[in-house]
Design a protein around this ligand. Structure first.
Ligand code: C2E
Ligand code: MG
Ligand code: MG
Ligand code: MG
Length: 289
């Protein structure tokens, strides 16, 4: 009977409800409970190196494994988490889970995979992100050079000097800092100069314009050249077609990520792919391929 009732309550926990304020409150409760009940999970999307054709890193992407709706995408609930402050506990959980996972892969024989974690701008406001990252690294035993923190351009809309300081402190820990969705928000080339950025992620919208729009192609080319001239690594997101891949390969884009290769997937599936990469590597060494 109690179970029945518990189940009914979930009917109200739908992230697709309309009526704004009340629904946001309900959803906030639901999200809070989801976190408590371990309904939040991470999927990981592989990133492929141009040089080797193999997985060089993954990006952790959160999903809400809703008992009735199935997997709910972060676009539906991250904004609510941000508005309500829940992004802080959730963000810390993401960081810890992702670092644990990468350490587990290292222990399983895949020592050089980079783990990307998305950071919300709100995590820079309301919590001490530097201390948090430092203690998660210590706790999980993951070397900082295998952790990539993804920020977006919106971060610099806040107090720039404060943000520069925090990013420099993060950088000092030895982690990789990347600029996500580059070119879509308040891009200023000055930020590339001021912030300790290691990597640029070219936004999906430009990649999807490859072979469709001369402008998107021009922008994509320019971003790759810009990154290289600044000594930064560059990755294209949202690669779905062979044409896009060829365009990016010809322009020596360092890495690609997208459905053409892999969708985001559970950790166990990533591990199977890593195993496959290792087997191929061995065969190449032995001259069997
Ligand atoms: P993002 O960080 O830019 O992540 C890339 C998004 O593009 C992911 O959507 C991924 O599934 C999607 N994607 C990858 N390859 C392709 C492709 O070939 N085609 C298309 N159409 N899409 C592709 P997802 O998982 O729905 O995440 C959306 C956004 O939610 C992320 O954008 C990120 O901003 C945010 N997010 C996800 N996980 C977290 C998290 O743990 N913390 C925070 N703060 N934000 C997160
Ligand atoms: Mg990202
Ligand atoms: Mg992105
Ligand atoms: Mg994004």
């Amino acid at each position: 009977k109690a179970k029945e009732k518990g189940k009914n309550q979930y009917v109200f926990c739908s992230p697709v409800m309309k009526n704004q304020v009340a629904e946001t409150m309900k959803l906030t409760n639901c999200l809070y409970r989801a976190h408590e009940r371990n309904e939040l999970i991470l999927h990981y999307q592989p990133q492929i190196s141009h040089n080797t054709g193999k997985i060089i890193g993954v990006e952790a992407l959160i999903r809400w494994n809703h008992p009735e709706l199935g997997l709910v995408s972060p676009g539906k609930f991250i904004p609510i988490a941000e508005q309500t402050g829940l992004i802080n506990p959730i963000g810390e959980w993401v960081l810890r889970t992702a670092c644990h996972q990468n350490k587990a892969w290292q222990d399983a024989g895949f020592p050089h995979i980079r783990m990307g974690v998305n950071l919300s701008v709100y995590q820079f406001q309301d919590s001490n992100i530097v201390t948090q990252v430092e203690s998660v690294l210590k706790e999980t035993g993951l070397s900082p050079k295998y952790l990539e923190l993804e920020i977006t351009e919106s971060i610099v809309m806040k107090e720039t000097s404060y943000i520069v300081e925090v990013l420099n402190d993060l950088k000092k820990l030895g982690v990789i800092i990347s600029l996500d969705d580059f070119g879509t928000e308040y891009s200023s080339l000055n930020y590339l100069k001021q912030l300790p950025i290691d990597r640029i992620k070219i936004a999906i919208q430009f990649i999807h314009g490859i072979a469709v729009s001369n402008k998107d192609e021009a922008i994509t080319k320019a971003i790759i050249i810009l990154a290289k001239n600044l000594g930064m690594n560059v990755i294209a997101e949202g690669v779905e077609t062979k044409q896009q891949l060829t365009f990016l390969s010809q322009r020596m884009c360092d890495e690609v990520q997208g459905f053409y290769y892999h969708k985001p997937m559970p950790a166990s599936e990533v591990e199977a792919l890593l195993r496959r990469d290792n087997t191929n590597k061995l065969q190449e060494v032995k001259g069997l391929s």
